[in-house]
Design a protein around this ligand. Structure first.
Ligand SMILES: Cc1cc2nc3c(=O)[nH]c(=O)nc-3n(C[C@H](O)[C@H](O)[C@H](O)COP(=O)(O)OP(=O)(O)OC[C@H]3O[C@@H](n4cnc5c(N)ncnc54)[C@H](O)[C@@H]3O)c2cc1C
Length: 463
């Protein structure tokens, strides 16, 4: 059946299961917006600024586990998406951004509101496309979703020339095939590497598991728990790995890195083996690389080969999807107790439990930790989504028990995604933000908000 480019955009979205699109219209994407009227199944959230569309799409993806979609016009509309795309790129979030471009015969002429959007977004997208021919559009849409959600998830941008949106072609999305011979994410680990990893784990006396965001992305929570419990191995999570293991689990030391407790980082520094699972050794985690865990052998399970040996040299690299790789590794891992190792960790842990936000004694002073703890207690749904940035994160990570913890905190974040709760219809969303934040995103205040403003100059951290 014949469809216009504009119709192909919406019908592809429908067939990809998209229900919500965050966007802002403009001249070069207007044909697509005009066609939206015929697709009432799709809920379009009209943002006040394109930057918020990209963040909201990322927030929606994190909350729902689906691909988030944002839309903008050419030139300034498209370039306003860049920060949100960079965020999704660094945090491995599946997003498809659709932008309008000037007509194909004007590309390269510095036409009105023309910007080289594929050039601008090349470093902050997993892949991007400029569509100048209507015949390519169905396949590009299919590939965009496939790339965004497969392997290491990430943002894909589709820049569609305005004349392509008006043009027509035969359209059969189900029959459209992904043809990407150069893109084949590897899911299974190599047998020899798995055997070497098992040998290292079985020989280790002071192992620590570093659990990252990849556990959550691959849904390997059970495999992680089984590995830790079988070897009685302490786990420390990255900030984005929070939720991969219940915070209350006795093997969970909690968060590592710059804002982790000292004894957690000591355990990592004193380990003889680090088992890094779906984490990318961010500098907030490692500090000075020259002194980072120098006495530990290292195993890295990672789906993206470019992450291996990028920051930290490892002894065994297992390239593949965590769920699959751990499934293959587990039968070769022997039971162990590591009693001496736990005794040493517990000595380091010392009396730091008293600083736990949940057990904070009432000293007559009102600290931010008390307020946040009380807010938590007031919530009807203790598993609600959390969004927070900056300093509040230092408090909040201690409270989280589930995988519903959502953070948009990567590269220089100005977290503006204000409707990720679309993906969690029955949950309340609590945002804990620094005061300046409210002004940063104030223009998006088109929904119900409760404000609790904590000033860190008055309500200081008791740490
Ligand atoms: C103010 C501030 C302070 C911070 N302080 C800290 C801190 O103290 N401690 C801390 O940990 N972080 C901190 N961060 C966050 C930090 O910058 C990084 O965002 C975080 O450490 C990244 O965690 P990650 O490597 O687990 O996740 P990501 O960056 O999302 O990396 C996930 C990795 O998993 C891989 N992966 C994805 N899917 C799969 C799969 N299916 N199978 C296998 N692998 C997969 C990806 O390729 C990627 O390499 C801070 C951030 C801010 C803004």
């Amino acid at each position: 059946m014949k469809r216009t480019g504009a119709q192909i955009v919406w019908e592809s979205l429908l067939q990809e299961g998209v229900e919500v699109v965050f966007g802002y219209p403009g001249g070069a994407i207007m044909p697509v917006y005009d066609a939206l009227l015929d697709y009432p199944q799709i809920h379009h959230v009209l943002v006040r600024h394109e930057e918020n569309a990209a963040f909201a799409a990322g927030g929606y993806a994190r909350a729902s586990g689906r691909v988030g979609v944002c839309m903008a016009t050419s030139g300034p509309g498209a370039t306003n998406l860049v920060t949100g795309l960079a965020d999704a790129m660094l945090d491995s979030v599946p997003v498809v951004a659709i932008t309008g471009q000037v007509a194909s015969y004007l590309v390269g002429s510095d036409a009105f509101q023309e910007t080289d959007v594929t050039g601008v977004t090349l470093p902050v997208t997993k892949h991007n496309y400029l569509v100048k021919d209507i015949g390519e559009l169905p396949q590009v849409m299919k590939e965009a979703f496939y790339i965004a959600r497969s392997g290491r998830p990430g943002p894909v941008l589709v820049d569609i020339c305005k004349d392509v949106q008006f043009a027509s072609t035969d359209f059969d999305y189900a029959a459209t095939k992904v043809r990407l011979p150069g893109y084949q994410p590897r899911l299974r680990g190599a047998d020899e590497q798995i055997r070497r990893a098992a040998d290292l784990i079985n020989a280790s006396r002071r192992p620590v598991i570093l659990a990252g965001h990849g556990i959550i992305l691959s849904g390997a929570h059970e495999e992680l728990r089984e590995l830790a419990e079988r070897g009685n191995i302490p786990i420390s999570t990255t900030l984005l790995g929070i939720g991969s293991m219940p915070e209350s689990h006795p093997l969970n030391l909690r968060m590592m890195g710059m804002h982790g407790e000292a004894w957690v980082n000591q355990a990592i520094q004193q380990a003889d083996l680090l088992i890094a699972l779906g984490m990318r050794f961010d500098d907030r985690v490692t500090g000075n690389l020259k002194t980072y865990a120098v006495n530990a052998r290292k195993i890295h399970v990672e789906i993206d080969p470019s992450e291996v040996n990028k920051n930290v040299q490892v002894d065994v690299a297992l390239i593949g999807d965590l769920k699959e790789v751990l499934g293959e590794l587990l039968p070769q891992v022997k039971k162990a107790e590591h009693a001496d190792w736990w005794a040493a960790i517990n000595v380091n842990r010392g009396d730091s439990a008293v600083r736990d936000i949940k057990n904070l004694p009432d000293s007559g002073h009102l600290y931010a930790a008390h307020v946040i703890n009380d807010i938590w207690g007031l919530q009807k749904d203790p598993e609600m989504a959390k969004e927070l940035i900056g300093k509040t994160a230092l408090l909040e990570f201690r409270l989280v028990e589930t995988g519903d913890f959502i953070m948009k905190i990567s590269d220089k974040i100005r977290d503006l995604g204000l409707k990720p709760e679309e993906g969690m219809q029955n949950s309340e969303v609590l945002k804990l933000v620094p005061t300046g934040y409210v002004l940063m995103s104030g223009r998006e205040r088109n929904f119900y908000l409760k404000f609790v403003i904590l000033s860190f100059s008055i309500l200081v951290l008791p740490l």
